[in-house]
Design a protein around this ligand. Structure first.
Ligand code: ZN
Length: 140
C-alpha cells in the first residue's frame, strides 16, 4: 500500500496503529520555525522568530501554504539558507529515511498543500534538489 498523508484527526482515530507518524508540532518533522504562513491578511510566508523574516505574501491560505512548502523544500535542498537552523536541517534530512513507506499525518486539511506531501516524496528516495526542480517546472 502506498504511503499517504492524513489529518491529525484521522491519525487519532486510527486505533489499529496502521498510521504511523505525526509530522505536526511537536514532531521533529514539523515545519515550525521554518518557512510557514501566518493568520494575517494578506497571508505572510516566512520564518517565525523574535524578528520574523517575511519572504512574501499571498492573498489566499492555499497559495501561502504552497509557497511555504516550496520554501521548506528549498531549505532542505540548501537553496534557502537559514544560518541558525543549519544543524537542524542536517538532522532533519538524516531523519527522512525513517518515514519511508509510512503514512504521515499533519494538522493541514487534505486539500491544502502541506510539507507532509513533500516528506512523502522525499521518503520515497527523491532528493530535495530533484523535488525542488520538479516544483519549479510545474510553476513555470
Ligand atoms: Zn501540514
Amino acid at each position: 500500500m502506498t504511503a499517504r498523508r492524513l489529518t491529525l484527526t484521522q491519525l487519532r482515530a486510527d486505533t489499529a496503529g496502521a498510521v504511523d507518524i505525526d509530522t505536526a508540532l511537536p514532531s521533529p518533522f514539523a515545519t515550525w520555525p521554518w518557512p510557514r504562513w501566518s493568520t494575517s491578511r494578506p497571508w505572510a510566508v516566512g520564518v517565525a522568530g523574535d524578528v520574523p523574516t517575511v519572504y512574501g505574501t499571498t492573498e489566499t491560505e492555499s497559495a501561502a501554504a504552497a509557497a511555504a512548502v516550496q520554501l521548506y523544500i528549498s531549505w532542505l535542498a540548501g537553496s534557502v539558507v537559514l544560518d541558525d537552523l543549519a544543524k537542524r536541517r542536517l538532522d532533519h534530512l538524516a531523519l527522512i529515511p525513517v518515514l519511508a513507506g509510512r503514512d504521515l499525518a499533519c494538522r493541514c486539511a487534505l486539500d491544502v498543500p502541506c510539507h507532509g506531501d513533500a516528506l512523502l516524496v522525499l521518503a520515497s528516495g527523491v532528493s530535495p534538489l530533484v523535488l525542488l526542480e520538479d516544483l519549479r517546472e510545474v510553476a513555470a
